[in-house]
Design a binder for this molecule. Sequence first.
Ligand code: UD1
Length: 398
Amino acid sequence: MNGPTRRQAADGELRPVICVVGARPNFMKMAPILRAMAAHVPALPVLLVHTGQHYDKDMSERLFEDLRLPTPDVNLEVGSGTHAMQTAEVMRRFEPVLDAYLPSCVAVVGDVNSTLACALVAVKKGVPVVHIEAGLRSYDRTMPEEINRILTDQIADRLYTTERTAQDNLVREGVAPDRVCFAGNVMIDSVFFGRANARSARDTLQACQIDPAVFKHPLGLGVVTLHRPSNVDHLETLRALLGVLSEVATSLPLVFVLHPRTRNNIERFGLMNLIDPARMALLPPQGYLEMLGLMAEATVVLTDSGGLQEETTALGVPCLTLRENTERPITVEQGTNTLVGRHRAAILGAVRDILAGKGKRGRLPELWDGQAAQRIAADMYPWLKQRQAAMASKSVAL
Ligand code: UD1
């Protein structure tokens, strides 16, 4: 641990908020929150903990740079493993951090294993838990993220939501409405923050030793990401999806940004031969500014990522989600997202419509305005002060 040393907070002084990040989609959510906590008057003291769930330079360090995230005060370096191993290891290594820093609360974002693991450790030690991006539900309990969402929301003390339906989901599950605050979408704060510095698709292709001229096409290009176990962990499913993508690539060149899990599986299953490199460029995981640039320039994005569904809506770019469900229904109802599942005809039909200029234009959902993190900091400060004062008077009474 290389963070500030343990000390008692002076009377009335707020103890640090431990902000947890673990995996790639956490970084763009936490960056604006840290900025807003620092900018709040008075500032909220923060300690940044990285669990190390994602550890590659491409999956972690580069995003820290692009999002101007500070170096974590503590890195738990848990790395990969089965869900049980990864979750247990985060819990085991996180507990001493709470003992050392006596935080005012633990703030977690999203739905990855690190989110649930740290929330669970905190709540059992009597430390309040704040969950940012609460209440999203796919109603598909085979998704590990859905389990992480449900359980984190059940034990969180303060829950910040990104869309109004999230509060309905929470209330149905017995969460008291006065714990929930509709704050908007911090992911979109990052889109607005990074947009001006996004790298061009041309530069990104060139940096990956791909000739951008080959991918210059009157219809533009499509951007693909796939990493959900349900799409990439089974030979037949992955083979079928690569087959459909190859068909799409005959009318629109594709840039496929590969998650390590997906690359490993394509190689392990011997499926590389399904990819024609003249029509489908394979890229390693990209930085935040590269991904923003690729998405902003795309004619269509094909993905199974939760984050990309929201980012494309913010950018006004049509998105085809290769899943049967989404925990982010507002991107379908108001944004540019269409659920196409893994159905060949649905995917090809939707791409055809988009290439014919009939793609969804969408609009920005309520409070996706770049100010969500500020609203969260403004709400959290008095809430924490109040809790801390209540705890102090309780211990005096004892
Ligand atoms: C995790 C999240 C998922 C999120 C995704 C974004 C959970 C349950 N899932 O899934 O919600 O959308 O991150 O990327 O937390 N690997 C590397 N380098 C890394 C990290 C991972 O090579 O830096 C490889 C390892 O082989 C590892 C595999 O990717 O086994 C999966 O990583 P893991 O963190 O377990 O889950 P993701 O599939 O990335």
